[in-house]
Design a protein around this ligand. Structure first.
Ligand code: SF4
Length: 488
C-alpha cells in the first residue's frame, strides 16, 4: 500500500529551522507541493524540452521559477537551451517539480537502495524519508537484489522529489549471467520504469568497446557498477555497448514519458592516479555526442562526472564537460580529492563537490562515510547529506546566489546578538547545534549568555566589542595619529 507522499523536512513544523532558513524575500527551494501548480498532462506526449522550445511555459516551469526566485521565462529559456533540466515524469504524481542547471541553486542527490545481501523495501523507504528530512533534492534508487520493482514503486509513491534509477541493475536481476543481457531486455526495463514514473535514468551509453583497452594501465580499472557490467558484456560478446547501438530506441522511450537521461560515466576514475586519463576523456567525448542526440530528439539530458579528482584538476574537469557537452547540466559524484580516508569520504568528496559546484556543476551526488566500505545506514545518509548541503551552499555563495548570502547573514546576525536559539534554528542541523551547546552550558540561563564555553565570559571577543562607540574609537585614532605626527 502506498504511503502518504513525504514533505521535505524544511517544510515541517516540527523542524524549527524550516522557514527560518528562508529569508523572507528569498526563494522557497523546498516548499510544500500544492496542486495549484499542476502538472503537464501525460497524454500530450511532449517533454519539458519540446514545450520550452515551442515557447510554452509549463506548470512545472512556473513551480520551478517560484522555488528558485527566477522569472518563469528564464526557466523556459534555459530548458529550451538544454542548460537546465526539470526531471518530471508525468506519471510521478507525488512530485514537486524542481530544476537542475547553471542558473538554479546547486542541487544534491542522495543514493539509496537495497543490495542483494542487505536491506529491504521498508528500510529503503525509511532512507527516502531520512534523505528528504536532511534536504536531498533528488534521490536515486540504486536497488539491486530480488525486490527491485517493489522497492522502487514504494519509493516513487512516497517521494516528492525526482527519483532516478540505473535500469541496468534491474535488467541484470532478470538474467543469470551478465553475458545473458540483451538490448531488448534493457529497453523493456527502461520502458517499464518510465511507465511507472521514474523521473531520470542513468544510461551508460558512452562506454564504447574501443574505450575499454584504455583502462589497462589504470590503478583501479573500472569502478562504476553499470560501466563494469557493460564492459564485461562487451568483452564476452566482442561487440559494441547495446545501450550505444540502441540509443535511438532509448530516446524514443524517454521522449514518450519525458524521462530525463543522465548520461552515466561508466569509465569514471576510481582513484587519484586515474583522474582525467584517456579513458575518462574518451567517454566524455562520446557523452558530448550523445547529449546532442538527446537534444535533437527533444529529450532532456544531464551528464554524469567523476569520481576521484585532485584539487588542481577540478576546474578543468568542469570546463571540459561544459565545452564537450554544450553546457548540459553536469552531475558529479563528489569528486573525492584524495583516496586516503575511507570512513571519512563524505568529507574528502564534499571538498571537491564545493569546488566543482562553484565552477559550474549543477548537481552533486552525495558520498557517505561508508563509501568503499559498505551499504550506508540511516546515520551515514544523514552525515552524507549534511556534508553535501554544506558543499552545495558554499558553491551557491561562491556563485553569488543572493538567497544563500541572506541565509549566512541571518545566522551571523543571530550569532553576534548572542541569540542562541535563533542560531540553532537557522542552522542546517538545529538539534545537533543545540546539543553541542547544552553539553557544557545546559541551563536555559545560558541561552542568553554573551559567551560560550569556547572562550568564556572574560575572553569572548564578540562580547568585548559589542556596543562599542565606533565614532569615539575613530576620534581616538585620529588624535593618536595627530600626536604621533606632531612628535615626528
Ligand atoms: S566565547 Fe568565543 S566561541 Fe563563544 S560566542 Fe564568544 S567568541 Fe564565540
Amino acid at each position: 500500500m502506498s504511503e502518504q507522499p513525504l514533505v521535505p523536512a524544511r517544510t515541517r513544523e516540527a523542524i524549527p529551522s524550516t522557514d527560518a532558513h528562508r529569508p523572507a524575500d528569498g526563494p522557497d527551494l523546498h516548499g510544500p507541493r500544492t496542486n495549484a501548480h499542476g502538472r503537464t498532462p501525460a497524454a500530450r506526449g511532449e517533454t519539458q524540452s519540446t514545450l520550452a522550445r515551442a515557447g510554452e511555459v509549463t506548470p512545472e516551469m512556473v513551480r520551478v521559477a517560484e522555488r528558485e526566485g527566477l522569472p518563469a521565462e528564464t526557466i523556459r529559456d534555459e530548458v529550451a537551451r538544454g542548460r537546465m533540466v526539470i526531471p518530471a515524469n508525468p506519471a510521478h504524481s507525488a512530485l514537486d517539480p524542481m530544476a537542475i542547471g547553471l542558473k538554479s541553486r546547486v542541487k544534491i542527490n542522495a543514493n539509496i537502495g537495497s543490495s542483494p545481501t542487505t536491506s529491504g523495501t521498508n528500510e529503503e523507504v525509511g532512507k527516502l524519508r531520512d534523505s528528504l528530512h536532511w534536504g536531498a533534492d533528488t534521490v536515486m534508487d540504486l536497488s539491486t537484489g530480488k525486490r527491485i520493482t517493489e522497492t522502487r514503486r514504494a519509493i516513487l509513491d512516497a517521494s516528492t522529489v525526482p527519483i532516478g534509477t540505473v535500469p541496468i541493475y534491474q535488467a541484470l536481476e532478470s538474467v543469470k549471467r551478465i553475458e545473458d543481457l540483451s538490448g531488448d531486455g534493457l529497453l523493456e526495463v527502461i520502458e517499464q520504469q518510465a511507465r511507472e514514473g521514474v523521473d531520470y535514468m542513468t544510461i551508460h551509453a558512452g562506454v564504447r568497446i574501443r574505450h575499454l583497452p584504455l583502462v589497462r594501465e589504470r590503478v583501479t580499472g573500472i569502478v562504476s557498477r553499470g560501466g563494469g557490467v557493460l564492459a564485461k558484456w562487451m568483452i564476452e560478446h566482442a561487440r559494441e555497448n547495446p545501450l550505444y547501438t540502441r540509443f535511438d530506441d532509448v530516446l524514443e522511450i524517454c521522449r514518450a514519458h519525458d524521462v530525463t537521461i543522465s548520461l552515466g560515466d561508466g569509465l569514471r576514475p576510481g582513484s587519484i592516479a586515474d583522474a582525467t586519463d584517456r579513458a575518462q576523456l574518451a567517454e566524455l567525448r562520446t557523452l558530448g555526442e550523445l547529449t546532442k542526440r538527446c537534444w535533437d530528439a527533444g529529450v532532456q539530458v544531464m551528464v554524469e562526472g567523476p569520481g576521484h579528482i585532485p584539487l588542481d584538476g577540478l576546474q578543468e574537469n568542469v570546463r571540459l564537460q561544459q565545452e564537450l557537452c554544450g553546457e548540459a547540466p553536469f552531475y558529479t559524484l563528489g569528486p573525492l580529492v584524495t583516496d586516503i580516508a575511507p570512513g571519512y569520504d563524505h568529507i574528502t568528496s564534499a571538498i571537491g563537490a564545493a569546488i566543482v559546484g562553484w565552477h559550474g556543476t549543477s548537481m552533486l551526488c552525495y558520498v557517505t562515510p561508508k563509501e568503499h566500505l559498505g551499504l550506508p545506514n540511516a546515520e551515514d545518509v544523514k552525515q552524507g547529506l549534511i556534508a553535501y548541503r554544506i558543499a552545495a551552499h558554499a558553491a551557491d555563495l561562491a556563485r553569488g546566489n543572493a538567497a544563500a548570502h541572506a541565509q549566512d547573514r541571518a545566522i551571523s546576525e543571530a550569532r553576534f546578538a548572542f541569540d542562541w536559539r535563533e542560531q540553532f534554528a537557522r542552522s542546517l542541523d538545529p538539534q545537533t547545534a543545540q546539543a553541542m551547546h547544552d553539553e557544557t552550558l545546559p541551563n536555559d540561563h545560558f541561552k542568553q549568555a554573551e559567551f560560550c564555553s569556547m572562550c568564556g565570559p572574560k575572553y569572548c571577543p564578540m562580547h568585548n566589542v559589542r556596543g562599542v562607540d565606533w565614532d569615539r574609537v575613530e576620534a581616538a585614532a585620529d588624535a593618536n595619529d595627530h600626536a604621533v605626527g606632531a612628535a615626528g
